[in-house]
Design a protein around this ligand. Structure first.
Ligand code: 13P
Length: 249
């Protein structure tokens, strides 16, 4: 049985003190929660939030990471620096990184392998643009991003990978994929994992949904066979809106 993984991606929101306040509330609210949890504040809040979530059932995530361990990379943040702050999970290949900051699959794959080689868990995001969906290319895009993102990742390291299906047209727009449409892509993506790593690995792979997931649609999405959690943006920014998703049955 796969365990739900409910994760909050706080994106570029909250100062360190605001992040500490929200993390402190979540530690209290989710302490008996039945699922796996993660919150990913901005880099600037990681140190402070790390102290709040340390030893709790909430993992500390980062939203991105450099392709390199160290060196002349102005403005980047390295895996060594993240680990030093207690980061346990890193979100890679988010659509905002792919489309706004032009990260390609090769770059994302390099980051995935670097994070795994340092023992971090990875949430690898995949998902199609609206025009790709309308052109009937959603599966093709997700397949390519999955295969290229995971190229060279060992079966053993795959155990530390979660895939997040985030249709780009559903992110921050209030439009959610229907549970049926999302489940179809999740099932298809699980099939790609089966092809790459075998059925047991595919059955164990946690695939989150992300894109306008809220208290009122989370239950229906999570009820689907292939949807194993959520990567939540807007609704993760307040305890009141995150908690009902995080405690979904
Ligand atoms: P929203 O929940 O705000 O649509 O964001 C989803 C997302 O991009 C999480 O990574």
């Amino acid at each position: 049985m796969r365990k739900y993984f409910i994760a909050g991606n706080w994106k570029m929101h909250k100062t360190a003190s605001e992040a500490v306040a929200l993390a402190s509330e979540l530690v209290k609210e989710l302490k008996d929660g039945p699922h796996k949890y993660m919150i990913a504040p901005s880099f600037t809040a990681l140190d402070a939030v790390s102290k709040v979530v340390k030893g709790t059932n909430i993992l500390l995530g980062a939203q991105n990471m450099s392709t390199d361990e160290q060196g002349a990379h102005t403005g980047e943040v390295s895996v060594l620096q993240l680990k030093d702050l207690g980061v346990q999970v890193v979100i890679l290949g988010h659509s905002e990184r792919r489309h706004t900051y032009k990260e390609d699959d090769a770059m994302i794959n390099k980051k995935v392998k670097l994070a795994l080689s340092h023992g971090l868990e990875v949430i690898l995001c995949v998902g199609e643009l609206l025009e790709e969906r309308e052109a009937g290319k959603a599966e093709k895009v997700c397949e390519e991003q999955t295969r290229k993102g995971l190229a060279g990742v060992s079966a053993d390291d795959l155990k530390k990978v979660t895939i997040a299906y985030e249709p780009v047209w559903a992110i921050g727009t209030g439009k959610t994929a229907t549970p049926e449409d999302a489940d179809a892509i999740h099932k298809f993506t699980r099939g790609i994992i089966a092809d790459m790593y075998g059925k047991a690995a595919a059955d164990a792979m946690v695939i989150q949904y992300g894109g306008s997931m809220k208290a009122d649609n989370a239950q229906a999405l999570l009820a689907k066979e292939n949807i194993d959690g959520g990567l939540i943006g807007g609704a993760a920014l307040k305890a009141d809106t995150f908690k009902p998703i995080a405690l979904c049955k």
